[in-house]
Design a protein around this ligand. Structure first.
Ligand SMILES: [Zn+2]
Ligand SMILES: [Zn+2]
Length: 374
């Protein structure tokens, strides 16, 4: 199926529980919160933005007159990105030549994992896709972790991500992979947004986040929060453990850029290379190395808990909290974390997609590649 332009997109699809039936949704879901699941589904029918399984082909925006666009560099972001890369690479060099204790790196690694969890489990699976429900203390913990990642406030992250899902690979996609690897990876942060991103992005429903007290608090106090939580605190902790102040700071920068690149691989590599077993008509791919290296999306140094190993699957079934129908934890630490929280009662209402629906979809729109790989 080629990406078709159709006016059907105007009413982009909401995930409807009724399509799958409550019974089927029980599949693969365990433990507590079962009794609340149906209520959750009902409540969320009206605001969860996802692409329903059989109707994903309708999500591409309709043809409209081209908006003139000239690439314009966003100097502020470009300079900031350059400076943090300079310091981060300096930190990496000091680490490689043995000027930095491994212990210091280990501390930053743990902090980086928390940031990754905040991105994958928090901003992505909880806030952007509402693929499960969480208690307020867990929401606060996830927001704290997401702050460590310094990838914009949850509100902005979710807005960009919902726009990405709704307008994948069009001018309205903030990191449109049709504009090349570098643009999809980090270039999109270094130029002014395409007018379509702003215009069509405004059609994405963000009302649930506007009414979310945790998200609103983080958004209001974002600058002081990242300064303290993502930069000062990690540096002080590492310095307190015996590292020099300079090296502690450089390591904080290295941890930050490493996590950024692992996250960005999902937008670049996972949209350009790999198989498409679930839907060959869309660009997101199954990309095991992105999984492996991007946290949970995968982790080079287990640094990655996060990203989406199963990106073709994820774009077909964004409402699945596992992002993969298999729920295998070795490439999906975030799903393990969510399940552990469910065991303690902090998570409930986890959404999944029944296997038979997935298999039917594979036969109908997949590219014929073997998808049971792990
Ligand atoms: Zn994507
Ligand atoms: Zn997503």
């Amino acid at each position: 199926m080629a990406l078709k332009t159709s006016t059907a997109s105007k009413n982009h699809v909401f995930f409807k529980r009724a399509q799958l039936g409550p019974k089927e949704n029980e599949e693969g879901v365990i433990t507590k919160g079962d009794k609340t699941r149906q209520n959750f589904a009902d409540e969320n029918d009206n605001h969860v933005e996802t692409l329903a399984s059989s109707e994903v082909e309708n999500h591409v925006e309709s043809e409209e007159e081209e908006v003139p666009y000239r690439v314009e560099i966003a100097w502020r972001s470009t300079i900031i990105l350059s400076v943090i890369h300079f310091m981060g690479i300096w930190g990496l060099i000091n680490l490689l030549v043995g000027k930095i204790y491994l212990k210091s790196f280990a501390i930053q690694w743990v902090i980086g994992q928390m940031g990754a969890l905040g991105t994958t489990g928090g901003a992505h699976r909880y806030w952007a896709h509402r693929s499960y429900r969480a208690t307020r203390p867990l929401q606060i913990f996830l927001a704290f972790c997401q702050t460590i990642s310094v990838q914009n406030s949850i509100y902005e992250w979710v807005r960009d991500h919902r726009v990405h899902h709704k307008f994948t690979e069009t001018n309205a996609d903030p990191h449109n992979a049709k504009r090349g690897f570098f643009f999809a990876h980090m270039g999109w942060l270094m130029v002014r947004k395409h007018p379509d991103v702003i215009r069509k992005g405004a059609t994405v429903d963000m009302s649930d986040l506007e009414n979310d007290p945790v998200v609103s608090f983080q958004r209001r106090h974002y600058l002081p929060l990242i300064t303290i939580i993502a930069f000062i605190l990690p540096t002080v902790i590492v310095a307190w453990s015996g590292e020099t102040w300079l090296n502690s700071w450089l390591l904080t920068m290295f941890r930050y850029i490493l996590a950024l690149h692992l996250t960005w691989l999902v937008n670049s590599a996972a949209h350009l290379y790999g198989m498409r077993p679930y839907d060959k008509g869309i660009s997101p791919r199954e990309c095991w190395y992105v999984s492996m290296f991007a946290l949970g999306e995968a982790n080079l140094m287990m640094l990655i808990i996060l990203i989406t190993p199963k990106h073709n699957y994820h774009h077909v079934y964004p409402q699945d909290y596992r992002t993969s129908e298999f729920g295998i934890y070795h490439t999906n630490l975030t799903a393990l974390f969510i399940d552990m929280c469910a065991y303690f009662g902090w998570v409930y209402g986890r959404k999944t997609v029944p296997k038979r629906i997935v298999e039917a979809r594979v036969l109908r729109t997949g590219d014929g590649s073997e998808y049971r790989h792990h």
